[in-house]
Design a protein around this ligand. Structure first.
Ligand code: KIV
Length: 273
């Protein structure tokens, strides 16, 4: 039986404090109130309502089709299931890229309609002006650099970033600029671990949260459905550690139910009403 964590409400300040004390930050994704409530009970620091919902819930091949309305619906469900973790809403493709005004309006929707406490915005140097303005409006921002899935077509696939000098410099300069802009954390996705280490060591007030970026980040994130084995899309990158196989449990349970219905074993007299 796992211990239910009694910790206090987590905020962006908790994340910044953990960075300064060298304590690891834990983050997982959720898209609905029930899973969010389970994560929340464990004492996880951050619940990210990721646009990975596109892949793991909606059956899309990429995160590109995700819309603001769908993200807001997931975010408000997650917020209803959460009382302690920091809830971060992931801004979907083209909800912030077209203009600063669009970015502020849509980031605001995550707080006003989704009850999120921060938003995540993909992009490095090219997004710094937009992120600065969003933060100035009072909306905390988590950055996201490396393999940013909304730009998958520009990368030409899930390619590890930071392998050549130009890419390494871009990543390092982006992280520093995002810290300067006021991001409380930055996701470092699919990059050489020595670059992630350098970035992490170069930042004082911004926590790095890695996924496929090695062990030297200030924290780690995984997509919850991936780490629980709650999907069957064959996605199994090297960086993914699977902690459960819920797909197998569900199939076994459903097969047993069907068998019981067919053989008349369910319902029994006692289960009739
Ligand atoms: O959408 C998502 O779940 C993410 C995480 C993988 C960082 O962006």
């Amino acid at each position: 039986m796992s211990k239910i964590n009694q910790s206090k409400k987590k905020t962006v300040q908790t994340v910044i404090r953990k960075k300064s004390k060298g304590e690891k930050v834990t983050m997982l994704t959720a898209y609905d109130a029930f899973i969010a409530s389970l994560l929340d009970k464990t004492g996880i620091d951050i619940i990210l309502v990721g646009d990975s919902a596109a892949n793991v819930l909606h059956g899309y091949q990429s995160t590109i089709p995700m819309t603001m309305d769908i993200m807001i619906a997931h975010t408000s469900a997650v917020s209803r299931g959460t009382s302690k973790a920091l809830v971060v809403g992931d801004m979907p493709f083209l909800s912030f890229q077209p203009s600063v005004k669009t970015a502020i309006k849509n980031a605001g929707r995550f707080l006003k309609e989704g009850s999120a406490e921060a938003v995540k915005i993909e992009g490095g140097l090219e997004m710094v002006d937009t992120i600065t303005r969003v933060i100035e409006c009072g909306i905390p921002v988590m950055g996201h650099v490396g393999l940013t899935p909304q730009s998958i077509h520009r990368f030409g696939g899930p390619k590890v970033q930071g392998r050549v000098e130009k890419s390494r410099n871009y990543l390092k300069e982006s992280a520093l600029a995002l810290q300067e802009a006021g991001c409380f954390a930055i996701v470092l996705e699919l990059m050489e671990s020595d670059v992630a280490k350098e970035i992490t060591e170069s930042l004082d007030t911004t926590a790095t949260i890695g996924i496929g970026a090695g062990p030297f980040c200030d924290g780690q994130v995984l997509v919850t459905n991936d780490m629980l084995g709650l999907k069957d899309d064959g996605f199994s990158p090297k960086f993914l550690r699977q902690y459960a196989n819920l797909t197998e449990n569900i199939i076994t349970a459903v097969e047993q139910y069907m068998e019981d219905v067919k053989t008349g074993n369910f319902p029994s007299e006692k289960e009739s009403y």
